[in-house]
Design a protein around this ligand. Structure first.
Ligand code: 5RP
Length: 227
């Protein structure tokens, strides 16, 4: 069986053109995009600058020789390539499995195009049935936010690291992973309600942000879908 993440991640790297400023997403699928971009920089002398969406991606990009620029130095990005935890037919997504949702959403917000790279298992009919929705919160507010999340129909669990310590984001916040008994029926209403809770920094609902989708399939094909 092909590596569905590698297929999708590498295919999307072909969207990048000489001179582009590119948002670099986070995760194990985007890892293959970074590998392919590094190859193109070496083999084709491709000239790009990248804005990383996490400290992890920043480290990898430096290691692979992808030139980086500070977010503050750019007003817009030509393209961002990022992963997703779930994506539906409208290209609405749950992201944040890797904990980088806040920086990913900021970078997406200034991108002309957002390309998403996933294996076929990430394409779903309804968001939130299989994957929990990450919600990034200010640590001080966590107990208050947990009660508010429950009132909105979520069962929140504080994200932990493998060693049992509380997971801390690159922005020094915490994450509640939220289960919804029936999945997410109205993502826009839920996103609005979550953002009105004081102490919520960002949600993993990425709505109307993706333009093109690369789906790696187990039979070795990559399906490209445009919004
Ligand atoms: C990180 C993310 C990732 O893009 C998402 O979790 C997908 O990761 P992977 O490609 O490793 O499955 O949103 O915050």
């Amino acid at each position: 069986m092909s590596n569905v993440k590698e297929l999708a991640g590498r295919a999307a790297a072909e969207l990048v053109r000489d001179g582009m400023c590119v948002g670099l997403g986070t995760g194990s699928t985007v890892h293959f995009t970074l590998v392919r971009l590094a190859e193109r920089i070496r083999d084709e002398r491709l000239r790009i600058t990248g804005v990383p969406t996490s400290e992890d991606t920043e480290r990898k990009a430096r290691e692979f020789g992808i030139p980086l620029v500070e977010l503050g130095a750019v007003a817009r990005l030509d393209l961002t390539i990022d992963g997703a935890d779930e994506i539906d037919a409208r290209f609405d997504m749950i992201k944040g499995g890797g904990g980088a949702l806040l920086r990913e959403k900021v970078v997406a917000s200034i991108s002309e195009r957002e390309a998403i790279v996933v294996g076929e298992d990430k394409v779903v009919e309804r968001l939130g049935v299989r994957f929990k929705l990450p919600v990034e919160v200010v640590p001080f507010a966590a107990p208050v936010v947990a009660r508010a999340l429950a009132k909105l129909g979520a069962a929140p669990s504080l994200r932990k690291r493998a060693d049992g310590a509380t997971f801390v984001t690159d922005n020094h916040n915490w994450i509640f992973d939220c289960t919804f008994a029936e999945g997410i029926t109205d993502a826009r209403a839920l996103d609005g309600a979550l953002k009105r809770v004081p102490g919520v920094v960002e949600t993993g609902l990425f709505l109307g942000l993706a333009h093109v989708l690369f789906v790696g399939r187990a039979d070795g094909r990559v399906e490209r879908r445009e919004k």
